[in-house]
Design a protein around this ligand. Sequence first.
Ligand SMILES: [Zn+2]
Length: 500
Amino acid sequence: MLKQKKYIALMLLLALLIPLQAQVASFRINAGGESRNIFASNLYGGAKWMSLNHFFNTFGEIRSLDTRDWSLSVALGGVEYVFYANSAFYLRNGEWRHLPTTVERLSYGLYIPEAEFVRILREDLYPDLIYNESDDHYILMPGDFSVRDISLREMKNGTVIRIRTSKTFPRDYCRVWQGNNQYLYISIYEARGDLNGLSRSYSSGVIREIIPVMAKESLQLNVKLRMRIDGMEYYIEPESGDIIVSLRHAYQKSAVAPDENSIKQRWLIDTIVIDPGHGGSKSPGAVAPDGTPEKDIVMDVSRRLGNLLESRLGVRVVYTREKDVFVPLWQRPKIANEAAGKLFISIHCNSSESSRPYGTETFILAPKSTEESIAIAARENKVIELEEDRERYEKLLSPEQYILSTMAQSIYMKESESLALAVETNFKGRLAARSRGVKQASFIVLIGPAMPAILTEIGFISNYNELNKLKKDSYRQEVAHALYLAIAEFKENYEREIRN
Ligand SMILES: [Zn+2]
């Protein structure tokens, strides 16, 4: 027995002396712990493989190394393993386990792909094991660190900070605010994290540096910015509990600054996009009890509105459809953006299971995708069931993606809201209709337009009285006129602000 132990010691010594490629995988027991470098080597196309002998010699115990069949018995934290060279099987407490790859022998050491080994460690021994990106270390027992990692995603017009957490913080435990000194602050009450491990610096992009500090009971992230941001929002992602902070900022400016007049010119409302809802035999929209389809009513109102806008405001009008054809929801904002539209008006009729509800309502995009906002939008989004590319929409409505995709639109939230308000006010005043107010919903058609955008429901065709009105030319002209007045009013206020 003693002889065997000496032999193992000798083998280990040899293993240490035999030069390997200068590669290591670094581990710490806990955040403040000493750093231990474990031999590793690049095998097969560059993947990092690490030495099982060296790892268990450092953190656990080597029971035996049999050089006849190259089996290595080790133990750590009450778990015993036997690994075999050239085998994809290993024993864990006497039970066979399988690896996606074989364990390889290099001189006297057995090597395993780093990622595979980390997976085993996490499953059997250290469920909280984290990888610390900033200093390239694994921390086996990060303790009660509730903030694990920070990552960034850069978009053309915004940046998303994902703060990975090990528990879900209530929303009011988080605070995000902007200082007047190039800093943005994110404070998470009762959070803890590895201050070294969470610090970040970036050589390009909007964020220059993230400096974590402990402030009283809170973990605070001081985010140093390279440029001004136009706004921010944050939410707690329900599934993961991660904190998502999204920063909106202007499109990257070109090197040559355009003169002020041409900027002002660009913002004038010279092109208005009208989106008549639904269309084609595939998508009639709501259908009234007498068979009148929504698509026909809204097409007619759209044309009437377009004529008023062209003749009285002298603006260019672009329609997302001019005939009774099917246009997928995702294409409508695209048409608007490509036409360099300055306003987007989607026109629909409402309907309900009951014949009682009536009145108008006008929507702006909900800032967050919630079950409620998706449910309200369900009817107008329903057409996606008929479209081929359904995945496209499912992604759009997932919470993180939603924030990203709605960034362009959320910049215009204030304008969209005042346009919506003007529409409802004019409906109420001119149509003697009952205004159900301005609401928020996750309408797909409102996600894409990079301009103020609203979706207006001009009445319930499931209501007998309102349907009869909407079937009259004169009433539809009144609806168009009310919309025209609202837009004219909005345009005037908006352009006055730009001119000053
Ligand atoms: Zn509709």
